[in-house]
Write a protein that binds this ligand. Structure first.
Ligand SMILES: NC(=O)C1=CN([C@@H]2O[C@H](COP(=O)(O)OP(=O)(O)OC[C@H]3O[C@@H](n4cnc5c(N)ncnc54)[C@H](OP(=O)(O)O)[C@@H]3O)[C@@H](O)[C@H]2O)C=CC1
Ligand SMILES: O=C(O)[C@@H]1CCC=N1
Length: 263
């Protein structure tokens, strides 16, 4: 699908950019010579084992070399990207930057907005993406192939869905971390040995997530099964539910969504 296209990754040394660049190389979707990455330092950094990858400081040079441009900088740094890319395909991974803003900054109408998440680093990310009207079917194939190198990619039908999913999947890997932190602090307060507490929490969240993925079409089915079991789990769940668990989660998601839409 990518054939001989050259991909230019602006911000390719960052958290998400590095994950994407390395996944494309490791999965052989791009030859090293097909990848150009930029950073403010211009250093080889994460690509030290890939001498064929061109690492540049100058985004104009990157834009001249690349057929497809991926933006993976922080949203506040978009104003500093002083390049005009003609009608080249641009994939923006930025939260809080509209397709129109990206189009305006880079001068292309062929803009896709995609939303990565932190699990891209282990190639288990979830990348919803939205195509502007100027995107062709061939572009869609390129975008899907590039993004699914890091996990699952899914086209969505509105830009607002990207803003919404910024709160759900973009920020999402932080939520199990918050749950783990709360479970761990309780286990430690209960006097459990530190290593066992950590292992118990981590293995339980991992096992529970895999069980959920493999066995429950709807998460609510698993909750119901355990409530109906009428054991200790049911008591724990009931207390959390009656304490406002769902309300707190909804408020958190709404706050992140509001921020993703620009406050
Ligand atoms: N991290 C995450 O979990 C998620 C991130 N996102 C989005 O992904 C995007 C990237 O985030 P993330 O990878 O975390 O950010 P990072 O800060 O880790 O990486 C951004 C990179 O951009 C580089 N950079 C900044 N300005 C320029 C420039 N003018 N030219 C070239 N490179 C530049 C920086 O490199 P240097 O300092 O060397 O110049 C840095 O490595 C953000 O817009 C964010 O909203 C979305 C969802 C989840
Ligand atoms: O926190 C952030 O702004 C980025 C976007 C969504 C997740 N991480």
């Amino acid at each position: 699908m990518l054939e001989s296209a050259v991909v230019g990754l602006i911000g390719g040394q960052g958290w998400v950019g590095r994950a994407l660049g390395l996944a494309l190389l490791e999965k052989n979707l791009l030859a090293p010579e097909q990848l150009v990455i930029s950073s403010r330092s211009g250093k080889r950094g994460a690509y030290v084992d890939w001498p064929g990858v061109r690492c540049v400081q100058d985004n104009r040079q990157l834009a001249d070399l690349a057929d497809v441009i991926v933006l993976s900088i922080r949203p506040q740094d978009l104003v500093d990207i002083d390049i005009q890319v003609g009608d080249k395909l641009v994939i923006s991974l930025l939260a809080m930057a509209s397709q129109q803003a990206v189009s305006h900054q880079l001068g292309s109408q062929r803009v896709v907005r995609a939303m990565p998440n932190a699990a891209a680093e282990i190639q288990r990310g979830y990348f919803p993406w939205y195509a502007s009207p100027a995107i062709s079917d061939a572009d869609r194939g390129i975008v899907q192939a590039l993004l699914e190198s890091c996990g699952t990619a899914r086209e969505v039908s509105s830009e607002d869905a990207i803003d919404y999913l910024t709160a759900v999947s973009g920020a999402g890997p932080a939520y199990p971390a918050l749950l783990a932190q709360a479970m761990l602090s309780h286990a430690r307060q209960a006097g459990l040995d530190g290593d066992v507490a950590r292992e118990a929490v981590m293995q339980t969240l991992m096992g529970g997530s895999l069980l959920l993925e493999q066995q429950a079409a709807e998460p609510g089915e698993m909750v119901k099964r355990l409530v109906d079991y009428q054991g200790t789990t049911a008591e724990g769940l009931r207390t959390m539910i009656e304490g406002g668990f769902e309300r707190v989660v909804h408020e958190g998601l709404q706050a992140a969504y509001r921020t993703a839409r620009g406050g």
